[in-house]
Design a protein around this ligand. Structure first.
Ligand SMILES: Cc1cc2nc3c(=O)[nH]c(=O)nc-3n(C[C@H](O)[C@H](O)[C@H](O)COP(=O)(O)OP(=O)(O)OC[C@H]3O[C@@H](n4cnc5c(N)ncnc54)[C@H](O)[C@@H]3O)c2cc1C
Length: 308
C-alpha cells in the first residue's frame, strides 16, 4: 500500500481532525466534490438531476460507528424517510447503508432489528437495500446478517451485499452468497487490511476483480460492477460481448463526482449505470477514503479552491 494511501486512510479515523473539518466552511466546501449536500433535500435534487441523464442512484446517508441504540434507530429513521421520498418522487433509486451506522458495534440484534425494518419497507415499496461492506472486523457479521435477512421469503431480491476483490476470501464468499441468490456489488475495497487478508499488489486485486466479475455475470442474478477503473470496465465489456450476456442483466456502479464522463458514456453505450450518492453532515471519513484512492484528488481540490 502506498504511503499516501495509508496516510489518508489513517487520517480518516482521526477524531479531532474530523470534528474540525466537518465544522469548517473550507472543509464543507471541499467535500461538495464527492458529497451531494448536507440535507435529504440536497440528495434528492442530485438524484433527480442524475435521473434526467439516465443514471440510476443509490443513496447513502453518511455516518459510521454510532455510540448509542438511539442513534442507530435515528439512522434507520433517515433511511425510512429516504425510501418514502424515493417512492413518492418515483425516482430510479435505492439505498445503501453501513452496519456500523445501524449499531452493530452495540450488538448484532440491534443492527438486525434496524436493518430488518428497512428491508421490509423496501420490499413493500419494491425497492432495495444494499448493505455496504466495511473493514474485515465486520465481514463475517455482514455476510451473516444479509443471509439471514434474505432467507425471509418476502425479502428475497430486496437486500444485497458488497464483496471486495482485495480480500483473499472473496471467491469463497461469492460462492456462498450465490447459492442463496443474493445480489452482490463487486468493488476493489477501500479499507486498510493486512496482507494475510488482502492482496497488497494492485495487479492481484485487479486480476481477482476480473475473475469474480466473470463468476457474477454468469450467475443469472442481477449484480453491480462497481469501479472507475477503465481496465476493469473494458474487461467487463469484453466478457459481456464474448458471452452474449444481456446488458440489462447487470449494472455498472460509480461514485458521485468520480469519472462523470465515463458514467455518461456507458449510458450512451447502452449499459445500466448506478451512481452512489452520499449526503449528510458526517462526510469526513468517506471523503478521506476518496482522497486515499487517488491522492491526485488533493491537488485537484486545491486547484479548484484557489480558482473559485
Ligand atoms: C458504487 C460504489 C460503491 C462502493 N462501495 C464500497 C463498499 O461497500 N466497501 C468498500 O470497501 N468499498 C466500496 N467502494 C470503493 C471501492 O472499494 C474502491 O475503493 C474505489 O471504487 C476505487 O477503486 P476503483 O475500482 O475505482 O479502481 P482504482 O484502481 O482505485 O482506480 C482506477 C481509476 O479510477 C479513477 N478513480 C478511482 N477512485 C477515484 C476517486 N476517488 N477520485 C477520482 N478518480 C478515481 C482514477 O482514474 C483511477 O486511476 C465502492 C465503490 C463504488 C464505485
Amino acid at each position: 500500500m502506498s504511503l499516501l494511501r495509508s496516510t489518508f486512510i489513517a487520517l480518516s479515523g482521526n477524531a479531532r481532525l474530523r470534528r474540525f473539518s466537518e465544522r469548517s466552511s473550507l472543509g464543507r466546501r471541499m467535500s461538495s466534490r464527492f458529497v451531494a449536500g448536507f440535507r435529504i433535500e440536497d440528495a434528492l435534487n442530485a438524484t433527480a438531476a442524475l435521473d434526467r441523464q439516465g443514471l440510476a442512484v443509490t443513496l447513502d446517508s453518511l455516518g459510521e460507528n454510532v455510540s448509542s441504540p438511539g442513534q442507530a434507530r435515528q439512522s434507520g429513521q433517515t433511511y425510512h424517510r429516504l425510501l418514502d421520498e424515493i417512492s413518492t418522487a418515483r425516482l430510479n433509486a435505492n439505498v445503501s447503508l453501513k452496519l456500523t451506522q445501524m449499531g452493530i458495534d452495540l450488538g448484532h440484534d440491534l443492527a438486525f432489528e434496524v436493518v430488518s425494518g428497512l428491508v421490509t419497507h423496501a420490499a413493500q415499496n419494491n425497492s432495495f437495500v444494499r448493505v455496504d461492506m466495511e473493514g474485515t472486523l465486520y465481514t463475517d457479521a455482514t455476510i451473516g446478517l444479509v443471509r439471514k435477512l434474505h432467507a425471509v421469503p418476502e425479502n428475497r431480491g430486496h437486500v444485497g451485499i458488497v464483496i471486495q476483490a482485495y480480500l483473499r476470501r472473496s471467491a469463497q464468499d461469492i460462492e456462498t452468497l450465490l447459492a442463496d441468490g443474493i445480489r452482490i456489488r463487486l468493488c476493489k475495497g477501500a479499507y486498510k487490511e493486512p496482507p494475510e487478508l488482502a492482496f497488497p499488489a494492485k495487479s492481484d486485486v485487479d486480476a481477482n476483480f476480473v475473475a469474480l466479475m466473470k463468476v457474477l455475470l454468469k450467475s443469472g442474478v442481477f449484480h453491480g460492477i462497481a469501479t472507475h477503473d477503465e481496465a476493469m470496465i473494458a474487461a467487463t465489456k469484453t466478457f459481456v460481448h464474448a458471452e452474449r450476456i444481456d446488458r440489462a442483466g447487470f449494472e455498472f456502479q460509480m461514485l458521485y463526482g468520480v469519472r462523470r464522463d465515463l458514467q455518461r458514456q456507458l449510458v450512451k453505450d447502452g449499459y445500466k449505470v448506478r451512481v452512489y450518492v452520499p449526503f449528510g453532515e458526517e462526510w469526513y471519513p468517506y471523503f478521506m477514503r476518496r482522497l486515499a484512492e487517488r491522492p491526485a484528488n488533493v491537488l485537484f481540490l486545491a486547484k479548484n479552491f484557489f480558482r473559485n
